[in-house]
Design a protein around this ligand. Structure first.
Ligand code: GRF
Length: 189
């Protein structure tokens, strides 16, 4: 039986994209990468995995709606059922939220609702938090505010630097995200 098709949206390095792609027993097939940052490192990673990639510069569209309509056309042409955000540095708008209601998932490097938005690891570190973590959640129109699916807590150690903390957080992300994707797909139509 063929697997449901998914797209990953990413803007940066793509370490989460890479671990999703390397997961042997992923319950979906990632067939599309949408990237909003020409030159982002995730693009080479997708090319190595032979994943069809569209790089769109939002600034070359008249509006967010026009930008997302173009993405929607690509998603529909590829028969995408699920969207996994992995370092996509943009708020998803109404066009995609309505078309993929309950089917867009994000990973965020903090224990939401703490430290939403950009540089969540730096925010937690600078705030002197004793614990932080990773959250996988559905998205809504807010910034990292949608319903939480799974979280994993990570202690901030006394001798942590921001870099050592980030490395531990990413290690957890790389296990948690594929596991949550599989769990979601096994329990959702
Ligand atoms: C991850 O920490 C993810 O939680 C956040 O953006 C980062 C993306 O990292 N949303 P990468 O591009 O997957 O390496």
């Amino acid at each position: 039986m063929s697997k449901v098709k998914a797209a990953v949206f990413a803007s940066g390095t793509g370490s989460n994209f890479e671990t999703i792609m390397k997961c042997d027993d992923l319950a979906c097939e990632v067939v599309l990468l949408i990237c909003d940052k020409p030159g982002a490192r995730v693009i080479e990673k997708a090319s190595r995995c032979n994943v069809q990639t569209f790089v769109l510069n939002p600034k070359s569209f008249d509006s967010k709606e026009a930008y997302e309509q173009e993405i929607l056309r690509m998603l529909q042409a590829a028969e995408i059922e699920w969207i996994f955000l992995a370092g996509y540095m943009r708020i998803v708008g109404k066009t995609l939220l309505e078309a993929y209601e309950g089917k867009i998932v994000n990973i965020h490097p903090s224990l939401l609702p703490a430290f939403p938005g950009k540089d969540a690891i730096g925010q937690a570190y600078r705030a002197g938090a004793a614990v932080t973590g990773v959250t996988v959640h559905f998205i809504d129109e807010g910034v990292d505010t949608g319903p939480i699916i799974a979280q994993e807590q990570i202690d901030v150690l006394p001798d942590d630097t921001e870099e050592t903390l980030k490395a531990r957080i990413q290690k957890v992300e790389h296990v948690l995200y594929p596991a949550v994707i599989n769990q979601l797909l096994s329990t959702t139509d």
